[in-house]
Ligand binder design. Structure first.
Ligand code: ADP
Ligand code: MG
Ligand code: ZN
Length: 476
């Protein structure tokens, strides 16, 4: 029996607003525990939440980016559960009428594009963070995160493999970064993923019973946890057993998932509309304004760059990975209008330097104008392409311009013809046999003689010029 995986993801994204969703506390990460708190976010009685308008705008941006319908009338609901990281005893979320529904996102895996449906996107607040003492039976709670704004993005069960799940998550991360609504950092918890997975006999329409893998915090772990679940569920089904609907956790160290809680403990959240918050109306004027503020998104950018500059898919993948990367490329092309050359230098040399220095393009020490200046010097024959690689490395580490480095180190190519002729004459006198052989028809010797000239000039001769002049001298 052949089984097919059916996967649906629930992704929480922490929004990068300056303040929390219902109070003016800052959202910055890493502050001393419980210093970013106030009576509202620590759940004192008698306080009132006030909705942060920016949260709605950020959530709408995401909803538009994944082609959702936006609900004109939004209600917040209380979701009740009891846990020490939730001081109010309920989380403010959205339930029956989420902000957005019926969207989709295209992903590409192995050169094939697949459309993944987005069921819904809603806004909610984050809970606090518990820390368990390893040595004593004591837990601590940090409420700095309580009330930090989140959106939850729920996908349709349209994903068919762990690779597609990772591609979907990477696309979401790329989108939230393009939109500037989150840093999308999974390791730091700004993007968290619950993965639902079931198997079904290949070709069958209906879905099987799923397990839900909670809070996986890296792409690699999502991939490995889903692969494990496929193996586990396949073994059960082949053995004639049923998959139990349950929540499971991923143990990265052991490489297995294990049950957290079963269906019998399923929560009754007793949702009801939060009476402290007025419904939010999203009118078309507001929507239009937000739509106009949207940046060019990755798919559109890729299509435009391809049309405008005729680059390869491989290059486009790198150049559209982030907005800053694409801006860097276009900034450079604006000053040195040879897109393919610029793209090659960014995708090969610059990306390598960034990777070695563990840097992002945003903090690249070489500016687009700086790279353009270097490429200009190759183009006008001042330096060779080979030297330019070395100079770029120096630019990267010293922040000096190409011109400064070339001048300081006397690296400019010898292009002066009378100077080159003197060297060529000397080389020809020193290698009479080779000259003879060339003249007897063995024109391959030219390469050797060019090499000798390059050596005499310590690589600074302009190779194109040398070829030209040498050929002239050999064929008087
Ligand atoms: P809950 O809120 O209890 O987690 P939902 O109906 O909201 O349940 O579904 C959550 C996620 O589970 C969605 O992403 C959905 O696509 C996915 N899902 C639902 N049924 C299945 C299934 N049989 N196999 C895999 N994923 C599923
Ligand atoms: Mg769920
Ligand atoms: Zn607060």
């Amino acid at each position: 029996m052949d089984y097919e995986a059916v996967i649906g993801l629930e992704v929480h994204v922490q929004l990068q607003t300056a303040t929390k969703i219902f109070c003016p506390c800052p959202t910055t990460f890493g502050a001393l525990a419980n210093t970013h708190t106030c009576p509202v976010c620590i759940g004192m009685p008698g306080v009132l939440p006030v909705l942060n308008r920016k949260v709605v705008e950020f959530a709408i941006k995401m909803a538009l980016a994944v082609n959702c319908d936006i609900a004109p009338f939004n209600v917040f609901a209380r979701k009740h559960y009891f846990y020490p990281d939730l001081p109010k005893g309920y989380q403010i979320s959205q339930y029956e009428s989420p902000l957005a529904e019926h969207g989709w996102l295209d992903i590409e895996v192995d050169g094939r594009t697949r459309r993944i449906g987005i069921t819904r996107i809603h806004m909610e607040e984050d809970a606090g963070k518990l820390m368990h003492d390893e040595n004593r039976p004591v837990s601590y709670v940090d409420l700095n995160r309580t009330g930090v704004p989140l959106i939850e993005i729920v996908s349709e069960p349209d994903i068919r493999s762990p690779e597609e799940a990772v591609a979907y998550l990477k696309k979401l991360r790329q989108l939230v970064r393009y939109l500037g609504i989150s840093d999308g950092n999974m390791e730091e918890g700004s993007m968290r993923c619950d993965a639902n997975i079931s198997l079904r006999p290949s070709g069958q329409k209906g879905y099987g019973t799923r397990s839900e893998l909670k809070n996986i915090n890296s792409f690699r772990h999502v991939q490995r946890a889903l692969e494990y679940e496929i193996r586990r569920q396949t073994a059960l089904l082949l053995d004639g057993q049923d998959v139990v609907q349950e929540t499971r956790l991923w143990d990265a160290a052991r490489g297995v998932t294990f049950p957290m809680r079963g269906k019998e403990e399923a929560h009754d959240y007793r949702y009801f509309p939060d009476p402290d918050l007025v419904p939010v109306e999203i009118d078309s004027a507001w929507l239009t304004r937000i739509r106009e503020e949207l940046p060019e998104l990755p798919d559109a950018k890729r299509i435009r760059l391809k049309r405008q500059y005729g680059l390869s898919d491989y290059d486009l993948e790198i150049l559209t990975a982030s907005r800053s990367m694409a801006d860097y490329f276009e900034g450079c092309v604006a000053q040195f209008p040879h897109p393919k050359t610029v793209s090659n230098w960014i995708c090969v040399e610059l990306v390598r330097l960034l990777r070695q220095g563990d840097q992002e393009i945003d903090t690249c020490p070489v500016s687009p104008a700086g790279l353009a200046g270097l490429l200009e010097m190759i183009d006008n024959g001042t330096i060779s392409g080979k030297m330019a690689k070395d100079i770029l490395q120096q630019m990267y580490h010293t922040k000096k311009s190409a011109r400064e480095i070339v001048e300081e180190q006397g690296l400019a190519q010898m292009s002066d013809e009378s100077q080159l002729r003197i060297v060529i004459e000397r080389v020809m006198e020193g290698h009479p046999k080779e000259v003879e052989r060339y003249r007897a028809g063995k024109t391959k010797v030219l390469g050797f003689l060019v090499g000798q000239v390059m050596r005499e000039t310590r690589g600074q001769a302009n190779p194109k010029k040398v070829n030209e002049l040498l050929e002239k001298a050999l064929n008087p």
